[in-house]
Design a protein around this ligand. Structure first.
Ligand SMILES: CC(C)(COP(=O)(O)OP(=O)(O)OC[C@H]1O[C@@H](n2cnc3c(N)ncnc32)[C@H](O)[C@@H]1OP(=O)(O)O)[C@@H](O)C(=O)NCCC(=O)NCCS
Length: 166
């Protein structure tokens, strides 16, 4: 049984959180994405993702420089928010930015009617798994051989879910 998730408030809100709307925002996402994942993203692929029904995202920018620090994207299907992607610029990690972004994304999802959230994460991605656990996500399933590492090794994905506090 899943317990309702309390809204997570970042200890200190540092980022300027913007909805991803313009091509400039898409470019900011692509810049961060390249630092976070082995697969490539282009302006086109991110734009296409954001055009899918129910998909929305946030970008976190440095308040003084406006530089993109991270992003988070999800898809709302009826009352379930599926976290599609989240990433923080390498040199800005472990500073609470992922927490800020996920908090903003889930707040937006709740506002749009989500009561649960779900995601897939590589079983060996300890930073992401820990971040999700902070928000109350628990493992509810597993997909064997779901991802492929840079070296061509198959990696299992955990499916994690949490209930969103309304
Ligand atoms: C996952 C990711 C977004 C976390 O961003 P972040 O800004 O470093 O996270 P935060 O500083 O907000 O950390 C929040 C909590 O997550 C956990 N966490 C984050 N990084 C961690 C790490 N390297 N090791 C262990 N726990 C970690 C901790 O519980 C942390 O809370 P604490 O700082 O109080 O200990 C970032 O590591 C990243 O961009 N990774 C590459 C992309 C990726 O894997 N995305 C997820 C795909 S499913």
């Amino acid at each position: 049984m899943l317990s309702p998730q309390r809204p997570q408030t970042p200890r200190q809100t540092v980022l300027k959180i913007l909805s991803i709307k313009s091509i400039h925002h898409v470019e900011m996402v692509v810049g961060v994405y390249g630092q976070c994942f082995t697969s490539l993203a282009s302006n086109h692929s991110i734009r296409e993702m954001l055009r899918m029904p129910g998909v929305f995202g946030v970008i976190g920018a440095d308040r003084s420089s406006d530089e993109a620090v991270g992003f988070a994207i999800c898809r709302l299907v009826v009352d379930e928010a599926e976290i599609l992607s989240i990433g923080v610029r390498f040199e800005k990690r472990r500073l609470g930015r992922g927490r800020e972004l996920l908090s903003a994304l889930l707040a937006e999802a709740r506002m749009r009617g989500a009561s649960t959230a779900v995601l897939e994460v590589a079983e060996c991605n300890e930073p992401a798994q820990s971040l999700y656990r902070v928000f109350g996500f628990v493992r509810v399933g597993r997909r064997e051989d779901y991802y492929e590492s840079k070296e061509g090794r198959r990696i299992a994905a955990d499916i994690m879910r949490c209930m969103l506090h309304v």
